[in-house]
Design a binder for this molecule. Structure first.
Ligand code: UD1
Length: 356
């Protein structure tokens, strides 16, 4: 048996799944933590070497043709079996997962061995894996109380904890960018992979914002061939930026997709946002995420289909001239913030998997 608590974290693919899991891992120095991921995904770059990374081959259970349906099932069985062997041979006491495909083999393997499975769901509309497997979990932690409406069974062990964020969101240092203190700053971001459609709209109109005296930081992601299409000394383009904390605190307006982590961060930094949900997100879950902020007066939402560069340009110019509106949005955002989420989830792990 291990001499300290031993935990397997299953989180893969996007910043939205990896950052909350990393934030919780950092709160648990007394545990030996290993990571379960998938080859060639973001975890390969983001997970520090102190958490040994084990990879399985699994990409979900969707498919249209009979063969396409069957292959993932076969893959799932392989992933389940590999995870079960890892848990058993490594004497892990339990699994913590932030949802997504990898959560399925991780939860089922842990429960088949009678070990703890704690799932954190950050989206307001819980993903399919969460809805299907919540009854198997020892406990499900939720990023927002809005999710409770979708998880009504009395058999579920639920806690609303908020979504864990990286420490620099809560305790930002100085922003290491040469932006003057007294200019308005617009931040454009599209989730951990960027959003090419938003990037295009912004490039169509950004010169109007720059002419109005604003500075713009644009996080384009790595998949935009035209990312460098506009050049201006006050328009700063990065494929990916870290640390986000100082940047979100400094920004006066954020234009963003509506992934759960980004929204949790916006509430903690109190940053007014124009949200453009990713139109192809599973079950349109980003719209449901965005509605939580919109109904609290913390953000406004526009579907991508209703947006042109010109319209986006005019909205942001109007906002730049309405500091009181922005201040009210910022205050409303802060009302939604749940700042000690990482500690709460870490405490749940300590409760379920006590260290010897
Ligand atoms: C396209 C898609 O389906 N995305 C989903 C994905 O998250 P996805 O990673 O797309 O989006 P999130 O908003 O949840 O997370 C993005 C994270 O990346 C960080 N960031 C972003 C840009 C950058 O340059 N630097 C940086 O650090 C943000 O600060 C944030 O922490 O999983 C989330 C959690 O299930 C879902 O809510 C999202 O809908």
């Amino acid at each position: 048996m291990p001499r300290q608590g031993k935990l397997l974290i299953a989180a893969s693919g996007t910043g939205g799944h990896l950052f909350p899991a990393l934030a919780v891992a950092e709160e648990l120095p007394e545990y030996e933590i290993h990571w379960l991921g998938v080859r060639d995904r973001l975890e390969q770059q983001l997970i520090p070497p102190r958490y040994p990374l084990h990879t399985i081959h699994f990409s979900g259970v969707q498919g249209k043709t009979p063969w396409a349906k069957l292959r993932p099932l076969w893959q799932f069985w392989g992933a389940f079996w590999q995870t079960r062997q890892l848990l058993k041979q490594g004497h892990f006491q339990g699994v913590f997962t932030t949802g997504g495909y990898i959560a399925a083999p991780a939860i089922l393997a842990a429960r088949s061995l009678g070990r703890v499975a704690l799932l954190h769901e950050s989206n307001a509309l819980p993903g399919k894996v969460t809805r299907w497997l919540a009854p198997w979990c020892t406990l499900v932690a939720l990023g927002t109380p809005a999710s409770l409406a979708y998880l009504k069974s009395k058999r579920l062990n639920l806690r609303v904890t908020g979504t864990p964020v990286r420490p620099d969101i809560l305790h930002p240092g100085d922003l290491a960018l040469p932006i003057p203190k007294d200019v308005p700053l617009i931040l454009v971001m599209g989730g951990s992979q960027g959003a090419v459609a938003i990037n295009r709209l912004v490039r169509e109109t950004v010169h109007h914002w720059l002419d109005a005296g604003a500075w713009v930081v644009h996080l384009t992601g790595n998949n935009d061939p035209d990312a460098q299409g506009v050049q201006h000394p006050h328009y700063l383009v990065f494929p990916f930026f870290e640390p986000m904390g100082p940047l979100l605190h400094r920004a006066d307006i954020v234009i963003s997709r509506a992934g759960a982590s980004a929204l949790a961060e916006l509430t903690l930094t109190g940053t007014p946002a124009l949200l453009i949900p990713y139109p192809h997100a599973a079950e349109d879950h980003q719209t449901v995420n965005a509605e939580v902020l919109v109904s609290a007066g913390a953000a406004e939402m526009i579907p991508q289909s209703a947006l042109t560069g010109d319209r986006l340009g005019r909205i942001i110019l109007e906002w730049l001239g309405q500091p009181q509106k922005l201040q009210a949005m910022a205050e409303n955002a802060r009302q939604l913030a749940m700042p000690n989420s990482s500690q709460q989830v870490a405490d749940l792990i300590r409760m379920l998997i006590p260290t010897p």
